[in-house]
Ligand binder design. Structure first.
Ligand code: SAH
Length: 254
């Protein structure tokens, strides 16, 4: 019996790969990946059997991985970011369990889009945050919008993945705006973080729609909480230190 690594390759660039991810790919003789991700790790694939698949073929990818592992191969199943965050990890475990396949599965974590994008925006995730996927392929839109509302009511910083369905995105943002009642709440939009065509936009709940046509399937949106603010075009969410400490920097020469 072989083994399956479910690997997060990070948001795209080489600088956000982990050493553990590099080692897991090195040990694998078969790599199963969505075509775009295979391209992002092209430099690591020499001499390996590479099985690529299109976007919505997650089930096929998991199936092939399990079959190959049962044949005795060490298989790398590749997700962007972290494989547990809307990636292949859950599905591979589910399918192994449902088919009673006792193959070893190891998850290799990666830098998820939320963290990658937040780093480009400043420090918007420095307080409690909720991560919500706006993909309605597997989840009904009403359920997604209920979560968006609850997250807004809880004053969580909200990270929106998969903002491809524009009407659903508009509805989600309207709910957030209605609940928050604060038009100057910061909104960060990052496209292709850590990739060649990276773009970063800092806006607010009142004016974010200016960037609507920039938003594609490799975009993540972060909406601040009631305390988040914009400083030098960065979004900062304070942790609350000012409640207990004086944050003024004292000039020692004065
Ligand atoms: N497993 C991935 C998420 C897969 S869902 C992770 O942990 O990051 C796909 C969504 O991830 C995209 O629609 C987008 O919202 C986000 N995403 C992935 N890579 C990104 C990048 N480089 N820049 C911005 N958003 C990204």
């Amino acid at each position: 019996m072989g083994k399956i690594f479910v690997i997060g390759i990070g948001p795209g660039g080489k600088e956000t790969r982990t050493l553990e991810m590099l080692e897991a790919i090195r040990q694998s003789d078969v790599v199963v990946a969505y075509t775009t991700y295979a391209k992002l790790i092209q430099d690591l694939l020499d001499g390996k059997e590479v099985i690529t698949a299109k976007m919505r073929e997650e089930v096929y990818r998991a199936k092939v991985a399990i079959e190959k592992a049962m044949e005795g191969h060490t298989v790398a199943v590749v997700s962007s970011g972290d494989p547990q965050v809307y990636g292949m990890a859950g599905l591979v475990y589910d399918m192994a369990c449902k088919n009673n396949v006792n193959v070893e599965i190891q998850i290799i974590p990666g830098v998820t889009a939320a963290n990658a994008v937040a780093a480009k925006l400043g420090s918007p995730l420095s307080m409690d945050f909720a991560v919500i996927s706006l993909s309605d392929l597997l989840i009904p839109p009403e359920e997604i919008l209920t979560r968006v509302r609850k997250a807004a009511e809880g004053d969580f910083v909200i990270v929106l993945y998969n903002p491809i369905n524009k009407p659903l995105l508009l509805e989600a943002m309207k709910i957030i705006k209605d609940v928050k009642k604060k038009g100057d709440t910061p909104v960060g939009i990052v496209k292709s973080a850590y990739r060649e065509d990276e773009e970063v936009f800092v806006s607010t709940l009142l004016s974010w729609e200016e960037f609507l046509n920039k938003i594609n399937m490799i975009t993540t949106i972060i909406v601040g909480n009631s305390k988040s603010y914009i400083y030098n075009n960065k979004i900062i969410t304070p942790r609350g230190y000012e409640r207990r400490y004086d944050l003024h920097v004292v000039d020692s020469n004065s």
